[in-house]
Design a protein around this ligand. Structure first.
Ligand code: ADP
Ligand code: MG
Length: 292
């Protein structure tokens, strides 16, 4: 009977765009009680855009965007691509040298002889820089609404901030609701700031939000959930997510993901629709029923 079950599962899964790389992972999926979603690119589209530009007093929009765009020019991060696009639309971007990536925090480079750093609140804190008063109110409001805030620091002084919005996928809310209906706990993990992550998490109705998690710490976050006795499926798309996908009881790479993510996952989804996670669980249960 087993070859028949596999044959049925395979045709069902192919139709649903589910590639089962590890049959045992698929079998474990029916015991999963917690689904851990990566936020960026999984629950959101992963295509952020600059939606607000706020220079500090005495700084122009073009100056702020020029410095930020230059420093971000050598970064592959989706946030960087959005900043460069906004800068290009506003000004001629100067050339940067000495680019450094501050993983999970931001970037740093030399632009027109100035030391420019661009990154989130964690970077600002680590540089020991305080944003001037005219920036604090608006940036707090942006974050409360779920927008990612990037600060621009020139020679140790904050010269302005940018708000970046990454649309929540329209299917994400339903994916969370359906998983809840199936009795599954939903947790969201992100490197983004806590207030931003809480806003997105509340909008989606997730049970728990793990924020400000550095890329290298994502797999430890999975291990902590497992230490609480939870059986965890991790869903992600990025290079950052590969160790966490490998650590989870079931690793699910979404939207064909990056090569590294696909390699570390037991299950690969052809679509980038987070509702497909429940389909994987149904498939796991169907295989079980047919076997008996
Ligand atoms: P996620 O878990 O959402 O994929 P990342 O770990 O890639 O997030 O990034 C976490 C945070 O680090 C971002 O929200 C941002 O504040 C900062 N960051 C990362 N890369 C950059 C960059 N190229 N420019 C500015 N900020 C960045
Ligand atoms: Mg990511």
């Amino acid at each position: 009977a087993i070859p028949l079950v596999i044959a049925i599962s395979t045709s069902m899964s192919a139709r649903a765009g589910i590639l089962v790389k590890d049959r045992l992972a698929l079998e474990r999926m029916r015991s999963v009680d917690t689904v851990l979603f990566d936020k960026t690119g999984t629950l959101t589209r992963g295509e952020p855009a600059v939606v607000a530009v706020l220079p500090a007093d005495g700084v122009t929009d073009a100056e702020l965007l020029g410095a930020a765009g230059a420093a971000e020019s050598d970064s592959e991060h989706p946030l960087a691509r959005a900043v460069v696009a906004a800068a290009r639309a506003a000004t001629a971007i100067p050339t940067a040298t000495g680019f450094r990536s501050l993983t999970g925090r931001g970037v740093r480079a030399v632009v027109d002889g100035h030391d420019i750093a661009v990154g989130g609140p964690t970077m600002l804190r680590e540089l020991g820089v305080t944003a001037p008063g005219e920036l604090t109110g608006p940036t707090a409001t942006w974050a409360d609404r779920g927008a990612t805030v990037l600060h621009v620091v020139r020679d140790g002084r904050a010269i302005g901030a940018l708000a970046l919005a990454d649309d929540i996928r329209p299917e994400s809310r339903e994916a969370v609701r359906d998983l809840h209906a199936a009795g599954v706990r939903v947790v969201m993990i992100t490197g983004d700031a806590r207030d931003v992550a809480e806003a997105v998490g509340a909008e989606l109705g997730v049970d728990e939000v793990l924020a400000e998690v550095l890329p290298a710490d994502k797999d430890a976050a999975v291990a902590r959930l497992q230490a609480r006795g939870l059986t965890v499926a991790m869903v992600g798309d990025g290079v950052n997510d590969a160790p966490a996908l490998a650590r989870a009881d079931v690793g699910i790479a979404i939207g064909a993901g990056t090569d590294v993510a696909v390699e570390s996952a037991g299950v690969v989804l052809a679509s980038d629709d987070p509702r497909a996670v429940l389909a994987v669980r149904r498939l796991s249960e169907a295989g079980y029923r047919k076997m008996w």
